[in-house]
Design a binder for this molecule. Structure first.
Ligand SMILES: *[C@@H]1O[C@H](CO)[C@@H](O)[C@H](O)[C@H]1NC(C)=O
Ligand SMILES: *[C@@H]1O[C@H](CO)[C@@H](O)[C@H](O)[C@H]1NC(C)=O
Ligand SMILES: *[C@@H]1O[C@H](CO)[C@@H](O)[C@H](O)[C@H]1NC(C)=O
Length: 493
């Protein structure tokens, strides 16, 4: 009897040790006092399990509990969401609806705290709506975990030095203000308050540029800046013309526009666990099938916004064993609907990952779905393109995606290559997913904007001032007591 329980104890110790070595818990959500996000997140990573040995029991046995108290009650409001990446790794997201104190994050496996769980934070831990900016930008950048150099920013800002924005804005309005076809806003950030003047007929998209500026200015006191943000997809400032500084969501080899993360990616970062359902976190748990169970064909859905998209339909029809592609809408080539239709219903984005390969073809400009395809763990066949988003220059062909010629002439061969080199195709998918986790998550999107605006502020020499006819963009009202060291700035305002 004695001997048996001794053995049993020994077994328990062994098991705990083994568990310790097998689980890795990391991510910005474990620094909730410093890193304020709409949805905070961290990883729980069982290092010795991969997608082949993965068992659903893992998900059942992993339990997350996050709680704290609010100023007035025993419990603060928190919503927790566990995403199963089905490869032995999990993403835990949680959203705070009010300021929490004594926040505890428990990670239980088989009812036991693992690694350093519980993680405890005295607080205050702020929800994203709190307007509690850190007054020291460089301090904030560091504590938020931002990288401070981005090659794309460096390249984009190279043409600009000692800029007189009063003069440049005038020129931008003169040259690019065409109410029917262009829309942009002239923004001023002064003493961390936001003002704008918009030009053009379709300025509804300024809600996206407003949102990121407001979100940043709640977290950190922004430098005084003045900038013009293009609300259209097409970059505006062609090479050969004067390099006027315009910030755009899509860049191209033929233009000078300064690229920012797209409104789509930015919104999915700012509305994480909110208004959006597709984002670079959620998409990681969306795939239902393990790699081996997926169809070894290339999938595509989209509208008819470019001639190559019609060409893709021809190619797919000629090679049904390699493709499943259809158009979901006709707008640009309505006259070709009989030939390329009928239009097919949309399929859920997650369904793309029932297939091993996903095609990324430009729409009017770059297809903004690329971040989600990469994060979702697909092997992306990417059409060569002069258009790019802020992160494309960091991608390497054959490492993160399979390159395809602009005219799609090698597309069939590329799909065949992927089928014949399954290990390599799978590795590309894994690299893509890792890339997305290192560069395309909400923290990275927020950081990119912050660094871009900071670097931009250093290049402008004219005094930033608010014009009389500008509209003030206020923060939404939200009750929040900021820590005393932050409060200083509020009293100054
Ligand atoms: C789990 O974490 C370890 C250590 O950080 C890392 O090497 C490994 O790639 C991670 N696994 C996955 C599937 O992300
Ligand atoms: C293509 O995908 C759709 C939606 O999943 C499916 O209904 C259809 O049967 C597929 N077509 C082919 C040719 O595989
Ligand atoms: C706002 O005022 C400035 C300077 O007075 C002027 O140049 C600009 O055209 C005005 N903008 C709008 C949108 O009215």
């Amino acid at each position: 009897m004695l001997r048996k329980s001794f053995l049993y104890m020994f077994f328990i110790i062994e098991l705990n040790q083994a568990l310790k070595n097998e689980i890795n818990i990391f991510g910005p959500g474990l620094k909730p006092e410093e890193i304020v996000m709409p949805a905070r997140y961290f990883y729980v990573n069982f290092t010795n399990i991969n997608s082949l040995s993965y068992k659903p029991e893992l998900n059942k046995n992993l339990v997350i509990d996050i709680y704290g108290r609010s100023k007035t009650s025993e419990h603060c409001r928190v919503w927790v969401n566990k995403l199963d990446r089905k490869d032995g790794t999990f993403i835990v997201r949680y959203k705070l609806y009010e300021t929490c104190f004594d926040l505890s994050i428990h990670v239980y496996y088989k009812r036991k705290d693992v690694v350093q769980s519980p993680y405890k934070f005295k607080g205050p831990v702020y929800p994203d709506q709190c307007h509690c900016p850190d007054i020291d930008f460089e301090h904030w950048l560091k504590s938020y975990g931002c990288s401070n150099t981005y090659e794309q920013i460096h390249k984009d800002l190279k043409p600009y030095q000692d800029i007189d924005m009063t003069e440049k804005v005038k020129k931008i309005v003169q040259q690019y203000h065409q109410p029917e076809s262009t829309s942009f806003c002239h923004y001023v950030v002064k003493e961390n308050e936001i003002y704008r003047n918009c030009y053009g007929k379709h300025i509804g998209f300024n809600m996206f540029s407003d949102n990121i500026l407001l979100a940043l200015s709640r977290k950190v006191k922004l430098p005084d800046i003045e900038l013009v943000i293009n609300l259209g997809d097409w970059p505006l400032v062609h090479k050969g013309s004067e390099p006027l500084p315009v910030f755009s969501w899509c860049g191209s080899d033929e233009t000078f526009d300064i690229t920012m993360p797209t409104y789509d990616l930015t919104e999915s970062a700012l509305e994480n666990m909110g208004r959006v359902t597709l984002d670079t976190l959620s998409v990681q748990s969306g795939a239902e099938l393990a790699w081996d169970k997926r169809e070894p064909r290339a999938v595509w859905r989209g509208r008819d916004s470019r001639a190559e998209r019609l060409k893709l339909i021809d190619i797919a029809r000629a090679n049904p064993d390699l493709f499943n592609a259809s158009l979901t809408n006709f707008f640009f080539f309505r006259d070709k609907e009989a030939q390329y239709g009928p239009k097919q219903p949309h399929i859920s984005f997650f369904k793309f990952f029932d297939y091993k390969y996903q095609i990324n073809i430009d729409g009017t400009v770059a297809a903004y779905r690329l971040p989600y395809l990469l994060a979702g763990g697909g092997t992306v066949l990417k059409q060569d393109s002069p258009y790019y988003e802020h992160f494309y220059k960091q991608l390497t062909p054959w490492e993160h995606f399979i390159p395809v010629k602009r005219d799609l002439s090698d597309l069939v061969d590329r799909v065949k290559w992927a089928r014949e080199n399954d290990d390599k195709a799978q590795l590309i998918a894994m690299n893509a997913k890792n890339f997305a986790n290192e560069h395309l998550l909400p923290q990275h999107v927020i950081c990119y904007h912050a660094v871009l605006f900071w670097e931009w502020s250093k290049l402008v020499k004219s005094k930033v001032h608010v014009e009389d006819n500008m509209t003030h963009v206020p923060q939404a009202a939200f009750e929040c007591d900021c820590r005393s060291e932050n409060r200083k700035i509020r009293e100054d305002l």
